[in-house]
Design a protein around this ligand. Structure first.
Ligand code: F6R
Length: 239
C-alpha cells in the first residue's frame, strides 16, 4: 500500500481529482469504480470545479445501492451521483452503470452487474471510502465475505452513518443494499482509498498495519498490488 498524507481534505481532494483527470486524458474510455457517502463529496466538488476533462467516453460502475430505493428517489445513491458528479461533468447516462436495488430478482441483478463489468473490460480505477467498521462498498465485517456482487445486510452503525440521506432517521435507511463483492473490488487494476477525519484513524491503522481478516474487510486491500491510501492528517493520526 502506498500511503499519502495530506494537510487537509481540500488538498487530498485536489490531488485525487488531478489524478483522475490525468487518467481520463491518458485513456478517454477509462472505467471507474465509484463510492458515495460523505468522504468523496469534496473530491467530486474538485472534479466539478477544476479544469474540465472530456467525460464523454468514461464509463462508471458504482459500488453499491440500497435495496428497495428507486434510482429516481433523492435518497438513492444513483441520484446522489447524478447531482454530485455525473450531471455537472457530463457523464452520458448510457455510460453509467448501477446495481438496481429495485430489481425483481436481486441475485440475477448482481450477476448482470458482474457481467457488465467484465464486458467493459474490468475496472481501471476503483475509488473507495471506508466505514468505521472497516467495510468497503457494503462488504460488512463478519465470519465470511462475498467474492461477487451480492445483497448485503447493513449493520446498525452503517445505517446510522447513512441516516442523513433519509432525513436524519436511521430507521428509514434500508436494512439491505446491493454491493460489489471483495473480488469485484480487488480485480480493479488500481485502487484508491480515501479516508478523512479522526473517526477513521483507528480503522485506517488496523487496515494498513493489522492482520488480514474478514472482521475488517478493507484489510484485504493489503493483498492488492496497486493500492493508494489517501489520508488527511486526522485519519493518519494513529499511524
Ligand atoms: C458508499 C460505500 C461505503 C462508504 C463508507 C464510508 O458507496 O461504498 O463503503 O465509502 O461507508 O462512508 P463515508 O464516506 O460517508 O464515511
Amino acid at each position: 500500500m502506498t500511503i499519502q498524507i495530506f494537510d487537509d481534505v481540500r488538498a487530498l481532494s485536489a490531488e485525487l481529482a488531478a489524478g483522475v483527470r490525468a487518467a481520463v486524458t491518458a485513456k478517454p474510455s477509462l472505467v471507474l469504480g465509484l463510492p458515495t457517502g460523505r468522504t468523496p463529496l469534496p473530491f467530486y466538488h474538485a472534479l466539478r470545479e477544476g479544469p474540465a476533462a472530456d467525460w464523454s467516453q468514461v464509463r462508471t460502475f458504482n459500488l453499491d445501492e440500497f435495496v428497495g430505493v428507486a434510482a429516481s428517489a433523492p435518497e438513492s445513491y444513483r441520484a446522489y451521483m447524478q447531482r454530485e458528479l455525473f450531471g455537472p461533468v457530463g457523464v452520458p447516462a448510457a455510460h453509467v452503470e448501477f446495481l438496481d436495488g429495485r430489481a425483481g430478482d436481486l441475485e440475477a441483478e448482481c450477476e448482470r452487474y458482474e457481467r457488465a463489468i467484465a464486458a467493459a473490460g474490468g475496472i481501471d480505477m476503483m475509488i473507495l471510502g471506508i466505514g468505521t467498521n472497516g467495510h468497503i462498498g457494503f462488504n460488512e465485517p463478519g465470519p465470511y465475505l462475498h467474492a461477487r456482487s451480492h445483497r448485503a445486510h447493513l449493520q446498525p452503525g452503517t445505517r446510522q452513518a447513512n441516516a442523513a440521506m433519509f432525513g436524519g432517521d436511521a430507521a428509514r435507511v434500508p436494512e439491505a443494499a446491493l454491493s460489489m463483492g471483495m473480488a469485484t473490488i480487488l480485480e480493479a487494476r488500481a485502487v484508491v482509498l480515501m479516508a478523512t477525519g479522526v473517526a477513521k484513524a483507528g480503522v485506517v491503522q488496523a487496515m494498513a498495519d493489522g492482520h488480514i481478516t474478514t472482521s475488517l474487510p478493507a484489510s484485504f486491500l493489503q493483498l492488492h498490488p496497486n493500492v493508494t491510501v489517501m489520508l488527511d492528517r486526522e485519519a493518519a493520526s494513529r499511524r
